[in-house]
Design a protein around this ligand. Structure first.
Ligand SMILES: [Zn+2]
Length: 222
């Protein structure tokens, strides 16, 4: 593991994350810039809770898009510059494990989402049937007229719940696919596919979603 010892005056920026150790280069990039982590691998510090940025030595929970941006790079550019292949996680192991656990939890919770979906469908069905029945009452029946809006109102939240349950179930499914593909979560998967210029068709195949959704997911993360 990399030891923050034998200090010289390069540090300071780590203080922004509560780490006060100065940043010590491990070598130089072929273009002459200092390297703070070895090319080709991630330097993990702080018992797995941080990774060291190759470009500046800052110890971070992850090399984020925003952080890479501080070096004028996107995530694909960061990987390329520092010789990291697509399989190498840019997350500290602690964060990667937490995200994977969260993905599994959501996937397990999908059972509940499915149950909610069934209830929503049943409510929507009965609500719709009720409206239909009330509408079939003879015109001028005051009770019948009064009941139509009330039951329509009742059906609306059920339909909304139905829709929300469907969206949540789909998200959980994509999230689980992303984890199964070796990513920490859906966002990490999408970042990778955006960075590598993957087609919507590929994302659609990998996530098992529709083509329109795949295109939208890619755009959202671009
Ligand atoms: Zn950096």
């Amino acid at each position: 593991m990399f030891e923050h010892k034998g200090v010289h005056g390069l540090g300071g920026r780590g203080a922004s994350r509560g780490l006060t150790e100065p940043h010590i280069p491990v070598g130089r990039h072929p273009d002459g810039a200092w390297l703070f982590a070895p090319v080709g691998s991630m330097l993990v510090v702080a018992s797995g809770s941080r990774v060291v940025c190759h470009g500046c030595g800052e110890a971070l929970e992850a090399i984020s898009r925003a952080h890479a941006g501080r070096h004028g790079l996107d995530l694909a550019g960061y990987r390329e510059r520092f010789g990291l292949n697509r399989k190498t996680s840019l997350l500290a192991p602690t964060l990667a494990a937490a995200r994977a656990a969260e993905g599994r939890r959501r996937w397990a919770g999908n059972e509940g989402v499915r149950a909610g979906l069934a209830v929503g469908q049943e409510m929507a069905r009965s609500g719709a049937l009720y409206v239909l029945g009330a509408g079939a009452q003879p015109v001028g029946g005051r009770r019948a007229q009064g009941r139509v809006p009330a039951s329509a109102e009742g059906a609306s939240p059920a339909l909304r719940a139905h829709r929300e349950a469907r969206v949540a179930a789909a998200r959980a499914r994509w999230e689980a696919r992303a984890v199964a593909l070796g990513f920490a979560d859906l966002a990490a998967y999408l970042d990778d596919r955006v960075a590598s210029g993957a087609s919507a068709h590929r994302v659609r195949t990998e996530l098992g979603c529709g083509g329109t959704v795949a295109a939208r997911l890619l755009v959202e993360r671009s």
